[in-house]
Design a protein around this ligand. Structure first.
Ligand SMILES: NC(=O)c1ccc[n+]([C@@H]2O[C@H](COP(=O)([O-])OP(=O)(O)OC[C@H]3O[C@@H](n4cnc5c(N)ncnc54)[C@H](O)[C@@H]3O)[C@@H](O)[C@H]2O)c1
Length: 313
């Protein structure tokens, strides 16, 4: 049941991270740095050793907030053989949310809260760990009709503890949104790189900044990108169709429209408090989702409300 009343703040629970690669290892390291008690597990002994050297307790016994930071295809089996405390809250960092909600969410019911930090690089594995990865990043935390708000807050507090800003969202809305800003950019980067390859060695020898920026994510692990686009195929196809429609001439109109959106987005990200309206939102699902839909974020959790901001205008 969604709580619609003040929820008292609790002592920060321990965090257990399953999958100690780029995202999970970075989260574990950042939480250790923030003074939180952190344990974890990975099938790869090298990832376990790297995490242990950063202060993570390696164990198969998981409690508190259990974070699934494994590749999408491993989400449904990653907790097999591990002991999860019956009161633990389970969350994940997967890049798509509806499929994880359908599987892990079905297994853990109201104890599950989906999440997705909007950060990461084209690198992967424990050698790509960066404890500062989450600083200033948006972190989608899913609020479904049956989400337990107390558990949602526990997950949100993990995100806030590592410097992220929390975006309350439903899994379906998340998937539609990230199709446009994550899955399609990965497909376009791949298409750009492949088409430049078709253009031949002269074109590649002249490739510079525009090509590098447009194709950066094409360097990502192909298995990771495939799992992401295939796991969100409907919204990705719809978002890609909108891009294809945009590419039909007249190009000057496309260029002007793209410039307007990109410039406003950059200004919004760099303007700081200018252009933002600070607000307090009550601890209630409708108010939190309205904040997320307006492009706003949660920055602090207080006893009876959260603080954050929404863009002006
Ligand atoms: N890379 C990104 O940019 C990015 C951004 C946001 C979210 N994500 C999501 O985060 C998750 C992890 O991505 P990543 O980039 O950190 O991947 P990664 O490959 O860097 O790390 C994954 C880790 O999981 C471990 N692992 C695999 N199967 C396991 C299992 N069954 N049990 C325990 N450990 C297991 C691997 O050994 C590896 O250490 C994915 O679900 C991805 O969709 C990635």
């Amino acid at each position: 049941m969604t709580a619609e009343f003040p929820v008292p703040t609790m002592p920060a629970p321990p965090v257990a991270v399953v999958g100690l690669g780029q995202l999970g290892g970075s989260l574990a390291a950042a939480l250790v740095g923030a003074g939180r008690q952190v344990s974890g597990w990975d099938v790869d002994p090298a990832a376990r050793a790297a995490a242990e050297s950063r202060g993570v307790q390696i164990t198969r016994e998981l409690s508190g907030v259990v974070v699934l930071a494994v590749p999408l295809p491993a989400m449904t089996t990653a907790l097999d053989g591990l002991t999860v405390d019956p009161d633990a809250t389970v969350t994940d960092l997967g890049s798509v949310k509806t499929s994880v909600l359908r599987t892990v969410g079905a297994a853990y019911g109201s104890r599950f809260v989906g999440g997705h930090p909007m950060c990461g690089t084209e690198r992967s594995g424990h050698t790509a760990v960066d404890p500062d990865l989450f600083t200033g990043a948006r972190w989608a935390v899913c609020l479904e009709p049956d989400t337990d708000l107390r558990r949602w807050l526990r997950v949100a507090e993990v995100a806030l503890a590592v410097g992220a800003e929390v975006v309350p969202v439903t899994a379906a809305e998340h998937d539609a949104a990230v199709a446009a800003v994550s899955q399609v950019p990965h497909l376009l980067a791949a298409a750009l790189a492949a088409a430049a390859g078709d253009a031949g060695p002269l074109a590649l020898s002249l490739a510079a900044g525009s090509f590098r920026d447009g194709t950066r994510v094409a360097g990502s692990d192909p298995d990771f990108v495939t799992a992401m686009v295939e796991g969100n195929s409907g919204p990705t196809a719809a978002a890609l169709a909108r891009v294809q429609e945009r590419l039909i001439r007249p190009w000057p109109e496309l260029i002007a429209a793209g410039h307007t959106v990109a410039a406003a987005h950059t200004t919004g990200r760099t303007a700081g408090p200018t252009g933002r309206r600070a607000l307090r939102a009550p601890l209630d699902r409708a108010a939190l989702l309205a904040l997320g839909r307006a492009g706003g974020v949660v920055t602090h959790r207080r006893a009876a409300f959260v603080e954050g901001w929404v863009p002006e205008g």
